[in-house]
Write a protein that binds this ligand. Structure first.
Ligand code: C2E
Ligand code: MG
Ligand code: MG
Ligand code: MG
Length: 274
């Protein structure tokens, strides 16, 4: 009497497993061919100085123009790229794409480009050589690369070591989405970074929620005390901007200033605002 239900459940689980695996591996296959066919492109979001309102750099954000699905957001394909190890060739493609893009721009002052880099990238044995190459290639066009590593992914001892080595090469390193991950504060005692990007969820509390904006204030103070450059993510209102500027947050990024833009739109935006 028990055999049939057990068999049925087993068959159902097996079906689920196969379905999931197929769904996953086909999207991974699409990512692979997408890299070959140059279906990925970058949009750039200005990062604005709170001192003079000018963009001192941008964050590069990847987009995928999938041949059947249309425009696919990174939240969907980045995790699959990470699982399937395709994140490394994808990120390398992104670096080259940004180099090619910015070779076309006439930058008038020092400029930084932030790249989101997954931890899989730092396991590569030739990482230092790669980043030395990137540093030099970007320096030729007046750009300083900045590596953004999300707090969720960061910070095994091994990662910290590799990140320190990159900083010694002159690569800037930011901790991204700060406050949303599991990093203990004690880790910040052993480890130095350049930028700290305060997650949008804290910016959203401005003018709304007294308790959490105490948390925001504390993160800002931490940045000042540790000499981190503080960047606020997801600034959408003037009220938020005013608050952050009054507390000397160095850089602001968000729809209030600009959405992520294709290169030609960015070029126009920079002409108008910088
Ligand atoms: P992130 O690095 O925290 O990037 C910021 C995200 O917030 C971007 O979403 C950006 O478009 C969005 N954003 C910026 N300002 C505002 C605002 O004022 N309001 C709101 N609601 N959103 C704002 P996006 O482009 O969809 O990227 C999502 C995440 O995907 C990124 O979060 C990053 O973790 C990942 N990602 C994007 N591009 C890459 C990439 O090239 N490589 C890797 N490994 N991850 C990437
Ligand atoms: Mg980022
Ligand atoms: Mg972020
Ligand atoms: Mg974020």
């Amino acid at each position: 009497g028990l055999l049939l239900p057990v068999l049925l459940i087993f068959a159902w689980l097996l079906g689920l497993h196969i379905l999931r695996k197929n769904g996953r591996s086909s999207l991974a296959d699409d990512i692979k061919s997408g890299i070959e066919n140059q279906e990925f492109f970058l949009v750039y979001q200005p990062v604005v100085s709170s001192e003079d309102g000018k963009a001192k750099g941008v964050e590069a954000l990847v987009r995928w123009q999938h041949p059947q699905m249309g425009l696919v957001r990174p939240d969907l394909f980045i995790p699959i790229a990470e699982e399937s190890q395709l994140i490394v060739p994808l990120t390398n493609y992104i670096f080259e794409r940004a180099l090619a893009d910015f070779r076309q721009l006439q930058l008038t002052s020092e400029f930084r480009i932030g790249f989101n880099v997954a931890p899989e990238h730092f396991i590569q044995s030739d990482i230092e050589a790669k980043f030395r190459y990137l540093r030099d290639a970007f320096a030729e066009i007046g750009v300083q690369p900045l590596i953004e590593i999300t707090e969720r992914q960061l910070l095994t001892a091994d990662m910290c070591e590799r990140i320190t080595a990159l900083r010694e090469l002159g690569i800037l390193v930011a901790i991204d989405d700060f406050g949303t991950g599991q990093t203990t504060l004690s880790l910040l005692q052993t480890f130095t970074l350049d930028y700290l990007k305060i997650d949008k969820c804290f910016i959203d509390t401005i003018g709304r929620d007294a308790v959490t904006s105490h948390v925001l204030d504390t993160i800002i103070e931490l940045c000042h005390k540790m000499n981190y450059v503080a960047v606020a993510e997801g600034v959408e209102t003037q009220e938020q901007a005013d608050y952050l500027i009054s507390r000397d947050v160095h850089f602001l990024q968000g729809y209030l200033y600009a959405k992520p833009m294709k290169l030609n739109e960015l070029e126009l935006w920079l002409k108008e605002h910088n």
